[in-house]
Design a binder for this molecule. Structure first.
Ligand SMILES: [Zn+2]
Ligand SMILES: [Zn+2]
Length: 432
């Protein structure tokens, strides 16, 4: 006879054989026994033998009193990776059923059903059902008694719990389903502070590890991993990042807005309110504000070492934003090596002038730029950054877009570790 712990270990082994990519996740689950009656476990009606939750009304089927009916035990898991159980439940279940429950609870854990429920403030019992739908359609190979499967409720497979929740929210008849806080539905009597909980960092590590194992297994191409699980793993492994292109358009857009918002005052037009004051000696002259159309230069350091395709992409990103605003844009070739500034008509012509080289000084470039007429309000300077810049910022706003293998912040005599004026956007190569 196996004791409950050994039986659960056997269940875990069964599960790891069925789904080897879950092994590290299964091993990370901590087992914790609680005494019978701690959890709201079901009872068997002494008269008709139907399993149900104790109710003062007696058996839902035959009406017999359930006062003396004994709990049969239950189990669940916490969102900190503790699998808790009443030993009677383990005794009543087969090894393969236990293995199936372990995988089922692990799936709630991997998909962060607890946090997702909390974030949305959902009804925990309805959410638990929706969460079960989300995972059970990927787990057809399990030996769960009566799993909640979307097909049985005429719902499409492959949806997220949030979608199932919206669909069942109004019509679901709440049957008591409780997988524990791991599924967003904390069980009454669920143990906490047992001392064996995973830290939140360790939860994240475990999830990433399982996602990696799934991806590696899928790469072998044997086709044994459910598609929904593969999709999950891919999403889980995607680095959370703000794309440089998003950052660039945000910075350009906000610079344009700020510049356009700063109104110019001019004496060349008379303010409409002047009429009220009257004209003549001794009367103050009001200046008329005019809407400012930002002048923007897209400057390219043609002596820098950057790839042409990469540079075209990076310039196009900013150009698209400028076209969407009312900014006036010029394309300026900045040859830092010979200190020449030339206006050209489009991106390709500009990029064709790249000669490469790098390791120059940008000081003459910025000096020449200051003298250009009209002077820009904003310069977006594409460069690898390998050069020294003026110690003091120019009179126009500057965004450095740093491109190429050697990209870095330009330095200055005052700031040898990299200048702190101007916005810096590093163009990272796409990972997919
Ligand atoms: Zn009964
Ligand atoms: Zn569940």
């Amino acid at each position: 006879m196996m004791n409950p712990r050994q039986k659960l270990a056997a269940g875990r082994l069964w599960a790891a054989r069925k789904a080897p990519y879950f092994s590290s996740g299964l091993l990370s689950m901590r087992l914790y026994e609680v005494p019978l009656g701690t959890l709201p476990s079901p009872v068997i009606c002494p008269s008709c033998r139907k399993e149900q939750y104790k109710s003062i009304k007696g058996c839902f089927s035959c009406g017999a009193s359930l006062k003396k009916a004994k709990h049969v035990g239950t189990m669940g898991a916490t969102d900190r990776g503790v699998f808790y159980y009443e030993k009677e439940a383990v005794e009543n279940w087969n090894v393969d059923e236990l293995g199936s429950v372990l995988i089922h609870e692990l799936m709630h854990f991997l998909r962060k059903h607890g946090a997702r429920c909390e974030r949305k403030g959902y009804h925990p019992e309805i959410w638990n059902i929706a969460a079960d739908f989300e995972i059970n359609d990927d787990l057809d190979f399990l030996k769960l008694p009566n799993p909640l499967h979307p097909k049985k409720y005429n719902l499409p497979e492959g949806l997220l719990a949030e979608d199932y929740y919206d669909r069942i929210r109004k019509k679901v008849k709440i049957t008591y389903i409780c997988c524990g806080s791991v599924a967003g539905h904390t069980m009454d009597g669920e143990p906490f502070d047992t001392g064996i909980e995973h830290s939140s960092a360790s939860v994240e590590l475990t999830i990433k590890q399982v996602a990696k194992d799934i991806r590696d297994e899928a790469a072998k191409g044997r086709g044994t991993i459910p598609a929904g699980l593969q999709r999950w793993a891919e999403l889980e492994l995607k680095p959370p990042k703000i794309l440089w292109s998003q950052k660039l358009s945000t910075v350009v857009r906000s610079s344009i807005t700020t510049i356009a918002g700063a109104t110019d005052y001019t004496y060349s037009r008379i303010n409409r309110r002047q009429g009220g004051l009257g004209f003549g000696v001794g009367k103050p002259i009001l200046r008329a504000p005019i809407a400012h159309v930002p002048k923007v230069d897209l400057g390219l350091d043609t002596s820098g070492s950057m790839g042409k395709e990469e540079t075209i992409r990076a310039i196009s990103e900013a150009d698209a934003v400028l076209k969407a605003t009312k900014a006036k844009a010029r394309f300026i070739a900045c040859d830092a090596a010979i200190h020449a500034m030339t206006e050209v008509s489009d991106i390709r012509e500009l990029v064709a002038l790249i000669k490469g080289g790098g390791g120059t000084s940008f000081i003459p470039v910025f000096e020449a730029w200051e003298k250009m007429r009209p002077k820009p309000d904003l310069a977006i300077f594409y460069t690898d950054g390998c050069g020294d810049a003026p110690s003091r910022p120019p009179s126009f706003r500057t965004i450095f877009v740093l491109v190429g293998k050697y990209k870095q912040k330009p330095w200055s005599a005052a700031e040898p570790n990299g200048i702190t004026w101007g916005e810096m956007i590093f163009v990272e190569e796409d990972e997919d």
